[in-house]
Design a protein around this ligand. Sequence first.
Ligand SMILES: Cc1cc2nc3c(=O)[nH]c(=O)nc-3n(C[C@H](O)[C@H](O)[C@H](O)COP(=O)(O)O)c2cc1C
Length: 203
Amino acid sequence: MKIVALLGSPRPKGNSATLARKFLARAEEQGHKPVVHELGALTYKGCVGCYACKTSREDCILRDDLTQVLADVAAADVLVLATPVYFGDLTSQLKGFIDRTFSYFTPEYRTSPTPSRLKPGKKLVFIQTQGNPDETAFADIFPKYAAFLKRNSFGESHLIRARGVSSPDDVLRHEAYLHQVDEVAKEVFGTTHAVAADPQIKW
Ligand SMILES: Cc1cc2nc3c(=O)[nH]c(=O)nc-3n(C[C@H](O)[C@H](O)[C@H](O)COP(=O)(O)O)c2cc1C
């Protein structure tokens, strides 16, 4: 299983990155070798709206640090997107990537039942951290982006969300948030089943 994680916070050891790394540690325990991109360390543009990916070519015409990221995500079975809430939305680092996923859509994406160039059956794990402790605050972000990514072959999506966290280590003080990581990892990797004692084995 190919797992690709994009860390959208400019803080490489912040709350969202910590949750992502914990999720990726679960993946490694299952024998997977995740690829991680820290978007804050990369240089790239958002979509320039040239429509070359709809007229003359099958990929994004821009050549920058997102070129490899887009290729990795296209080949991924599981995509982990980790972001803090910035002004009620994703960080600009992650939004820049999201806009460039326009290149994954076919020219017929508006009307086609299969609008994506990516192979179907991919999974999304969305990790959101926010200073506001209110559960209803910024609850719109995940469904919005999950819906866009669903059209791009990420049909199954999971949310890990930490509220009321600000300093980089805050998330470590909340057992419930760390527990969410394990629960989602079990759903994505099927580890509940995999680590359960096999009732067939008797001696
Ligand atoms: C520029 C900026 C904008 C922010 N906007 C919001 C916001 O709109 N709502 C919120 O709850 N927290 C907001 N925060 C707080 C972060 O979402 C919060 O500290 C988060 O846990 C940081 O994640 P990180 O440690 O992964 O960087 C903002 C922080 C910054 C630096």
